[in-house]
Design a protein around this ligand. Structure first.
Ligand SMILES: [Zn+2]
Length: 225
């Protein structure tokens, strides 16, 4: 179970489908590691379904709430048996193998790790862009060699880092597989990858895509040298 989670407001937006693709990818990937956040998202999805019923009065009968609640129960029964599992089961099933990458991420990678083309950003630090066509956020993979340490720095925008393999430490603690590190302009940190195994992370940064090369370097916890 991860110790560092996705913020609740992001889980709410994820449940309602309101997140931009790069942020949604990071949340979906965290969910494959995290039963606690899966449960929360499942609850938000159920509440969201009820709210949709309530804002559609034309279609509502006098016993609409009762029907909606019946519907929820029915859905639960169906989804546990049928082809459309609820969020919790769906994400749990996608991460059965502890060494595997999260299924939502593998879908975006199209071809897996072998198809990734890495760009060297610093000694022992490589990056591969995954999503660059979003207006505001970029998503990339970062690979940091064991024991590589990055000088202290701050951020010029918000950034979320999900550890996929290995781990790193900074002043906030130790981040292992499944943990999410939140960084913004107020945070100054000097992450160091764990010894022994390269640290693989999914990084979602808030910045204009046109400037990914430059801004990405300034934003990333491992790149502002
Ligand atoms: Zn979580």
């Amino acid at each position: 179970m991860p110790r560092f989670h996705v913020q609740e407001d992001l889980l709410v937006d994820y449940a309602s489908g309101a997140l931009p693709a790069p942020v949604s990818l990071l949340v979906a990937s965290h969910l494959t590691f995290c039963p606690r956040c899966r449960e929360e998202v499942g609850e938000f999805e159920a509440v969201g379904g009820l709210m949709l019923e309530e804002i559609n009065p034309i279609a509502m009968a006098a016993d609409a709430l009762e029907q909606a609640l019946d519907g929820l129960v029915d859905d639960d029964v169906e989804t546990h048996q049928g082809s459309a599992p609820p969020t919790a089961a769906k994400h749990a099933a996608k991460h059965a193998d502890s060494g595997a990458l999260p299924a939502p991420l593998v879908e975006v990678m199209r071809g897996g790790m072998d198809a990734i083309s890495w760009t060297r950003r610093a000694r022992g630090v490589e990056e591969a862009n995954l999503i660059t066509d979003d207006a505001r956020y970029s998503a990339s993979l970062m690979r940091i060699q064991p024991g590589v340490s990055i000088p202290n720095h701050t951020h010029t925008g918000a950034e979320l880092t999900l550890v996929l393999r290995g781990g790193f430490s900074d002043a906030g603690g130790h981040y292992g597989a499944g943990d999410v590190c939140h960084a913004d302009t107020d945070i100054s940190h000097a992450p160091t990858a764990d010894p022994g195994e390269a640290c693989l992370c999914l990084v979602v940064a808030d910045g204009p895509v046109k400037l990914t090369g430059l801004v990405g370097r300034m934003l990333n916890p491992f790149l502002k040298l």
